[in-house]
Design a protein. Sequence first.
Length: 503
Amino acid sequence: MIAIFVERSVELAVLGLIAFPLARVVNDRGVRRRFQAFPHVQAAIDGSLAIYVCIVAIIAFAQPVALRPAALAALVLLIFERWQARAEHGLDRGLPSGSLAFMQLAPWRDPQFYLKQAAQHGPVFKFRHFVYPAIGIVGLERAAEFLESNDENLLVPPAPFNGLVPGGFVRFLSAERHRDVASALRAAVTPAVVEECKETLATEAKVALQTLAADPSGKSDPIPVLDRMVLHILMRCFFGISPGAALDRLERHYRIADYRRLARTGRSRAVAAVFDILGELRASALEPHQESLAGRKSFLNELRRVCPDALEDDELMANFVYMLHTARVDVVGLLAWLLVKLAENPLWVAQLASELDADPETALRPGGLADRLVRETLRLEQSEFLLRRVKRPIQWDGLNIPSGWYVRVCVHESHRSSEIFDRPDEFDPDRFLHATSRTRYSPFGLAPRICPGAHFTRTIGRHLAAELASSHSVQVHDVEPLEFSGFHWRPSSRLRVSLQARE
């Protein structure tokens, strides 16, 4: 009996080892956050794990003799996975060094995982993107050459919100359609509109900092305050809408359309919310009063100038309105990191305050110190990666990349590479005193799929940095441990800031 018990225990342990890596990863907080945007994937994995456990339990109780062949099959799979996990696996077939270990947890818990892989295996290495084999590339010059020379053999895997936009979201469109839609959106997001709205940017930055400073606890959660600031700025610049009933209605629709809430709201409600936003904008555009969309300079009116029929084009308009939401998420993340970096580097804040006193226009212009502070924050944080999938086998730089594999361009790691930057981990805005090429520094993507709102994002950051330097001192608490938000690494959710008005 003891021998049978031991045998059954070993068989169940082996069968458990098959499912353990998947169960461990999908229950990690960072992965769960990412799967909030992929509810069908989360449901499929959870369901599969539950079914697997039930099947094993049924076999163990109803047909225990079947455990042995099942365990042997599982053992073969485990040995095969360990064989593939060897760094040298596939070198003879033209694959780079690196581990194809199944469902590694480190990428979701260690912000430096891919940089460590590059240090160990070289700037081109292999790994698994969830269950899919993948190639990682560190070095933007190297990555840009790869993307340009293999563009026809690559596709952009769509994000979950791609299905919320008729025809697909701009960054995931085919090359030709992307060129048309991106050109229209880029033409709409003009510096002239941003300049027109600069008082709104300055006012909202001031209000946000005053709100944080007024927190009676002395330690305030910055995210809700920054989110409100960014929402007001984006609504004004995109649609010409100021705080009020119209903005509140649109915010409710955007909350339902938020891809991070798809697991709760459902895809059909999110799609309907996108069309509710379109309906609001179309109705408001026809109103004659000065505060309507038609009466104020905005990105929407620029879009209508470039594309007179834009309001009637569901695909273009849905891309435009959802671009506001993706920008909102990313800009809030950037501003949170900017507060952290400014708190950690008070000498740079003092220098900015001095330059603002001497010549505020120069300090705030592109290339000025406020802008360099934002650029350096982007270099160290927030810019993450680009993802492609191989449609047809690729031979590149002595490597053979099979079809179906993923390619991850490691933008964050490239920005922290000592190949490119001296003292890469040091916060030094003056490294941007001179122009830097996109093959060295490119937080907003690589050609031709570059974010059309890069200058706008930096301008928002400049105004927050300038207002802080002019009026407040800042401290941050509980920055670490860093958390994976689903798309970006961010400070701990326990992050708090303490602001004190300057005398």
